[in-house]
Design a protein around this ligand. Sequence first.
Ligand SMILES: Nc1nc2c(ncn2[C@@H]2O[C@H](COP(=O)(O)OP(=O)(O)O)[C@@H](O)[C@H]2O)c(=O)[nH]1
Ligand SMILES: [Mg+2]
Length: 395
Amino acid sequence: MKKIVSVVLPTYNEKGNIAKTVEKVFEQEKNIPNFEISVVIADDIRSSDGIEQVAKELIRKNRRVHFIKVEPGLGVGLIKGHQYALDNLHPDVLAQLDADGQVVPDVLVRLIKTIEEGYSLAIGSRFVSGGKNQLSFVRRIFTYGASIFCRLVMGPWDIREVTNSARAFTPALFNKINLGRLPWQERTFIIQPAFLHEAVLAGAKYKEVPLIFKNRLEGYSKNKVFNYTYDVIVYCLDARMHSLGFNIPFYRLSRRAKTLVKFSLVGAIGTLVDFLFYKVFINFLNLTPATAKGFSTEIAIINNFILNNYWTFRYRKTKTNLWQKLGIFNVVSLGGLIIGVLIVKYLHLTYGDGFVIIFGRPIAYNNFYFFATIPPVMLWNFTVNHLITWRREEN
Ligand SMILES: Nc1nc2c(ncn2[C@@H]2O[C@H](COP(=O)(O)OP(=O)(O)O)[C@@H](O)[C@H]2O)c(=O)[nH]1
Ligand SMILES: [Mg+2]
């Protein structure tokens, strides 16, 4: 009798890709003659492109195609997909692939053969000989950076591919994984490195196999690179601290701080913009410092407003419209400006003018006065914007 491999394909608006991906997956059967493939499409409930129609047709044509609807998040799609397979298909091997045509599907054959060799976890990898990453430069930097960071901070050193879903494992390994600890319900793709980490803790015997990763066929990427990077960093630090014996729920706490981190980043960019225009207005337009500061701060305020509105607080539903928010943001920022001026005034009255020598260079006290204003002004801006400008309205 043939063995069964279940292949979970998580989908979120993949109408244009799913039929082709399913077809390619079944094509691999000829290279693994002792296996029969079943496919589980785990589709996000937010999919709105009519993928159900295509899936229905696939199911009608092939009874080894299954379709389930799952709550949002890649991790949910993968974990629920495997649980469905275990409950309904009695698989000998659990596998998973992206559904958008990015993964060259012959990796499936290598993954399954690796499990046949006695490994409990096979990892498709762009970093081993024969593997390729054909993404944009920015995405390649992310992939490489995440790999290095995870290897150094979290370990193990010998798993090089941490941010791809192409994997296969045994049901025994899957059942040993601590789902209570695994952040599988997150909206980002943190499941990818986190699953490896938990698998290693569960005693996985692993091996990487070559994977070729191309650009997707149709549709768009759901990867939120900032959020994902943030999660990878805090998850790895959390894992390292736990392995050193510090039982601080760092990862969980950091979820709450995410908006604050984004807001602070915008603040930092705004400060740079402020400084840049300040210098340009003084040096090229011969404005007085005070006038220059007035204009540069207003430019920074608008810059920060745009970034916060379309990034930091992007998903906040508010009752105010864009112009009202901009107005409130300006009034709020004026508060920050007054706080800043008062702090500088106070420090100046207390410590006066002077210099300190740092690395042989004289640095004026007033530089420190300026920097001292940044944290309190940021705190003010965040609190007031959090409570007023982007106030969350309960429906
Ligand atoms: N069920 C489900 N699938 C998802 C979700 N996010 C991404 N996917 C699927 O996971 C795979 C990889 O996602 P993709 O957006 O292509 O990310 P990228 O390859 O890193 O750009 C694709 O098949 C997506 O449809 C999600 O929230 N839920
Ligand atoms: Mg993709």
